[in-house]
Design a protein around this ligand. Structure first.
Ligand code: NAD
Ligand code: DAU
Length: 351
């Protein structure tokens, strides 16, 4: 078939990537969507079981740090566009071992940029780099991250993402590579790997295990429904201006402890427990090193210029998320077996 676009979606088997792949394959039957993923511990093709048989979807197992893998994918599928989500994404893991983050997030991104530059001599192309609000550092009690906020990454993860953002920008300024960039706040929703706060708490509440809240639980995150992030990526990819970056966020700030208590109440209802029962599981543990205090996004550029707004309230999204985890035990068993158990024990026992 003569596809209008042939998009390489890196990290398509991960949490956000699978929502992006699902949206694109369903909404654009005249695009070929190539899911390029190494299938690390965070990548799972079952995340895409509902789209894997579609004609306009293919999976390519590859590593973004390998020039051979990336070149083969570009050649085999005549890639016209890239939406780049592949990354090492967990801050706690980056504190234990930064080098994987440098390799995938920095070297892998430059390798993709280099291949896009070598392949796209003329015509209409977009390299959309998906990044994070963590590149801006940590806010005090007031203010929001704007696109013009100076970069001030604090963790090895955010330093690697900031570095990748700078390379993306450099390829635009130096080689005119047609890039777009988005920096998003914390996502939540289905298929979220259980190392992250919300799914970790849901599963621990369900299994009557301690709920490890770092420090005093006063750190603030701005939570966004993952499908709203996927819609934002679709909007920016199609309508955003070349060379620009867009912040994506929910204006939805919660302290971690408020959020964990809210999840406890929700789970008490879902599991038929007495109100307040699950809160007994809350355990304050040693804080994350260099723990950023507050993230909050000003998404007005995206809203005013491109008309995007979040679609659902947090309470509704959280309930849908809890329902998804309760209904998908086999997914949970698959992703939490084996290596995840050792990770969990290393991270949380004696903390
Ligand atoms: P994730 O960890 O769930 O998934 C990452 C995916 O990348 C996995 O499928 C993994 O197999 C793949 N991958 C890792 N290394 C690879 C490599 N070397 N080659 C090819 N594939 C590789 O991550 P996520 O939470 O879905 O995040 C996706 C992107 O969005 C990341 O770039 C992240 O920085 C960014 N982001 C995430 C959030 C969030 O709240 N999760 C918020 C803002 C931005
Ligand atoms: O802001 C966007 C970022 O959000 C993304 O770029 C990252 O890829 C993504 O992992 C996420 O980073 P955070 O570090 O904010 O997410 P995490 O779920 O790891 O932690 C959320 C908050 O909860 C944070 O303040 C640390 C705290 N926390 C986390 C865990 C896993 C706990 O208190 N206990 C926990 O067990």
């Amino acid at each position: 078939m003569d596809y209008k676009k042939r998009i390489l979606v890196t990290g398509g088997a991960g949490f956000i990537g699978s929502h992006v792949v699902r949206l694109l394959t369903n909404k654009y039957p005249d695009y070929l969507v190539v899911n390029f993923d190494k299938l690390t511990y965070a990548g799972n093709l079952e995340n895409l079981s509902d789209v894997e048989h579609k004609e306009n979807y293919v999976f390519f197992k590859g590593d973004i740090t390998s020039s051979t893998d990336v070149k083969n994918a570009f050649d085999q599928y005549a890639i016209s566009d890239v939406i780049h989500l592949a990354a090492e994404s967990h801050v706690d893991r980056s504190i234990e071992g930064p080098m994987d983050f440098v390799m995938t997030n920095v070297v892998g991104t430059v390798n993709l940029l280099q291949n896009a530059k070598d392949n796209w001599n003329d015509g209409d192309h977009v390299f959309h780099h998906v990044s994070t609000d963590e590149v801006y550092g940590s806010l005090g009690e007031e203010g929001l991250f704007e696109e013009t906020t100076s970069y001030d990454p604090r963790s090895p993860y955010s330093a690697s993402k900031a570095s990748s953002d700078h390379f993306v920008s450099a390829f635009y300024h130096t080689y005119n590579l047609p890039i777009k960039m988005s920096n998003c706040s914390n996502n939540y929703g289905s298929h979220h790997f259980p190392e992250k706060l919300i799914p970790l708490m849901i599963l621990n509440i369900q299994n009557n295990k301690p709920l490890p809240v770092y420090g005093k639980g006063e750190n603030i995150r701005d939570w966004l429904w993952v499908e709203d992030h996927a819609r934002a990526i679709d909007t920016i990819f199609h309508n955003g201006r070349i060379g620009e970056s867009y912040n994506v966020g929910g204006l939805n700030e919660w302290t971690n402890i408020e959020l964990v208590k809210y999840l406890c109440q929700l789970m008490d209802k879902k599991l038929g427990r007495i109100s307040g029962e699950s809160e007994q599981l809350i355990t304050y543990v040693t804080d994350r090193k260099g723990h950023d205090m507050r993230y909050a996004i000003d998404a007005s550029k995206l809203e005013n210029e491109l008309g995007w707004t979040p679609s659902i309230q947090f309470e509704e999204g959280l309930e849908k998320t809890v329902d998804w985890y309760l209904a998908n035990q086999s997914w949970i068993e698959k992703v939490t077996s084996g290596a995840y158990q050792s990770y969990y024990n290393e991270m949380y026992s004696n903390r």
